[in-house]
Design a protein around this ligand. Structure first.
Ligand code: DON
Length: 310
């Protein structure tokens, strides 16, 4: 479909795919979750979901991958839609400037995580959902299915099990918060649910579609269903920009200029508010835990399309 003033997205994806090839061997796949270390770093996929319904994709955009921390966005959106501003008594809204799984700040700041996207903050959000739903992991899964309009989206139970067996840091974070009174459910309940949440798999095409409500001011573009009011959607976009890529958020904003959420599976979801959602996946990570080729692909995307929030 030709739309006046719209970039040729398919041609831009082809250009980006050619440009990222040399980078695919440079990142390192996450190995602290043993099951993730089995994924080949050579893979790359990218998909665009425009709010007017057009979709574009390239490479392995149809291959399922482990969303990991990208699910923190869906869990937060669900918690925010149900609990509103009450969540901010339990978790902050400032960038941490520390690695996503750091314990250091949590001790100084008496068990209140800096933001909902570092692991500590995501555990608190999961705890809030565990108090509200009989099974918070199932609630997040069903929410993800609704957002992606895809009923067969599911957990990867092997990845969830692999993470649970090696989740020593997340257990430490959860126990510390429990000691400070900021975890209301049993540590094991929250860790089990969190590991299942993180194991949800999607393709890039599904992820771009699932994130599109945040580009459309909180409303699902194809159904008109309001998930969040426009003001709340704006606030989640702001959090993605400032905290969505951890201690690399400043550099990511400088290079890409879009609100985004990354995960150690190598996926990144980014938004051009009012226009589109774009998802990229390449499992090789940079030292901050963000996809190396994925970040570069998004940097090229905003350069080649002249789309960014700035
Ligand atoms: O808790 C963890 O360590 C993983 N389940 C998720 C971490 C993650 O994806 C951070 N992303 N860059």
């Amino acid at each position: 479909m030709f739309i006046a003033n719209s970039p040729d997205y398919q041609e831009i994806l082809r250009t980006i795919y050619d440009e990222v090839r040399p980078l695919l061997s440079q990142g390192k796949v996450a190995s602290y979750i043993p099951q993730l270390s089995k994924v080949s770093p050579q893979q790359f996929g990218m998909a665009i979901f425009c709010l007017d319904g057009r979709q574009f994709s390239i490479g392995s955009a149809g291959v399922k991958f482990s969303l990991q921390s990208v699910t923190k966005l869906f869990a937060l959106a669900l918690a925010f839609s149900r609990e509103g501003d009450a969540i901010w008594t339990r978790v902050g809204r400032e960038p941490s400037g520390n690695p996503f799984n750091s314990l250091v700040q949590l001790e100084y700041e008496r068990g209140k995580p800096r933001n909902p996207f570092i692991n500590a903050g995501a555990l608190v959000i999961n705890d809030i959902l565990s108090s509200r739903f009989v099974q918070s992991d199932i609630a997040i899964l069903q929410f993800a299915r609704l957002l992606a309009d895809q009923p067969d989206i599911d957990f990867d139970v092997t990845v969830a099990q692999s993470e649970r067996e090696t989740a020593h840091r997340n257990y430490a974070i959860a126990h510390l918060m429990k000691d400070f009174g900021n975890l209301h459910n049993p540590v094991k309940t929250v860790i089990d649910s969190y590991c299942r949440q993180c194991s949800i798999t999607m393709t890039c095409a599904e992820l771009a579609k699932a994130g599109s409500f945040l580009a459309q001011h909180g409303t699902i573009p194809w159904s008109g269903q309001q998930i969040l009011d426009a003001s709340s959607a704006k606030r989640l976009n702001a959090l993605m920009l400032t905290c969505g890529t951890y201690d690399a958020a400043g550099d990511f904003a400088y290079r890409v200029g879009l609100p985004a959420k990354s995960g150690v599976g190598g996926g990144i979801l980014a938004l051009v508010p009012g226009e589109l959602a774009v998802a990229v996946w390449s499992p090789g990570l940079d030292p901050t835990g963000n996809s190396l080729a994925g970040t570069y692909a998004l940097e090229r995307f905003t350069t080649l399309t002249a789309r960014s929030i700035f």
